[in-house]
Design a protein around this ligand. Sequence first.
Ligand SMILES: [Zn+2]
Ligand SMILES: [Zn+2]
Length: 352
Amino acid sequence: MTPPSSTTIESTAESAVGPGAFATTAESPTVSGADDAAVSATLGGERKTGWEQFALGLFVVVPFLALVAAIPVMWGWGLGWHDIVIAAVMYAISGHGVTIGYHRLFTHRAFKANRWLRVTLAFAGGMAIEGPVVRWVADHRRHHAFSDREGDPHSPWRFGNSFGALTKGLLWAHIGWLFDPEQTDPNRYAPDLVADRDVVRVSRLFWLQGTLSLGLPPLIGGLWSMSITGALTGFFWGALVRVSLLHHVTWSVNSICHAAGQRPFRSRDKSGNVWWLSVFSMGESWHNLHHADPTSARHGVLRGQLDSSGRIIWLFEKFGWVHDVRWPSAERIKARLVAERERERQLATQAS
Ligand SMILES: [Zn+2]
Ligand SMILES: [Zn+2]
C-alpha cells in the first residue's frame, strides 16, 4: 500500500483529535461539499443490496454462535447471580475504560480530566485487554485519518465492493487487522501520549491490567461464595466470556458499523449508526455521528439514542472531575444532518 503524503495525514489526524478540531472538521473540504462526488456515495438513506445483507448476517452470526455455545454448557449448574454481577461490573469498568478513556479522552480529547481520573481511565481501559493505551490510540487515530480509504488499518471496504471482497473485508475489519504485521507508529500518531509520563507508565503496565482483568473475577467469585466452584465460574463468566464479548463488541464497531446502519450525518466514510449495539458498545455504535463529529463527547445525540459513556462523562462533569467537555450544540448537530443539508439545498433552488 502506498502511504499518502504526510500533509494529508497530519491535517486529517488533527481533525479527529483537536484542539481547534471543531473548526478544522467543519472546514474540511470533503465535509463542506467541495468533493460532492465522494461525499454522496456515503450519505444516509442508502439501501444495501441483498448480498451485502447476507454477508453481514453470516458475519454477525458465526462468531457469536461460538460464544453462545458456551452458555448451555454452563447453564443450570455453572451460572449464579454472583457470576452475573461480577461479569457485568467488570464489563462496565473495562468497557467504559475503553470508550471514555482510550477513545473519547485520549484519542479525541473530547474533554479534559483530573490527573487521577486520567490514570484511572487508562488503567481501566487496559483491563479490556485490547492493547496498551498508546498503541490503541495510534491505531484509532490512523483509522480516522483515512477512514475507509487506503491507509485505514481496519476498513471492511479494503478489498473492494463485491460479495467476496466485502466478506473478506468484514473479517479483516473485525479481527484480521489485529494480525497485520504493519504497526502504527505512536511517535507519528500519538506524540502527545508518548510525551505524557503518566500515560506511558500506565501503558507499560499493560501486563498488570491484563493480569487483574483475568485474576479479579475468580478471586472475587471464590471469596464471595467461599468455594472453588465460585472461583471457577467467576473466571469463566467474569473473565473469559466478558473479555470475549467486549472484544467482539469493540470489533463490531470497526466492522459492522462501517458496513451497516443508518447514515443521517455527513461523513466522508461509510460509518453507520447501529442501534442494536448501543447498549453493549456503551454508546459507541452511534458511529456515523462519531465520524461526522469525532471530538464530540456524546455519540448518541439524537432522541432516544442510549450512550452510557456520554452520560458518565456528564456525571464526571457534575462532580467536577472533568472540564472543557465538547458537548455538541443543537446547531452543531443540525449542521451535520444530511436531511438538513438537503432541505437547505432545496430552499436555495426554489429561491433562485
Ligand atoms: Zn470508525
Ligand atoms: Zn474515534
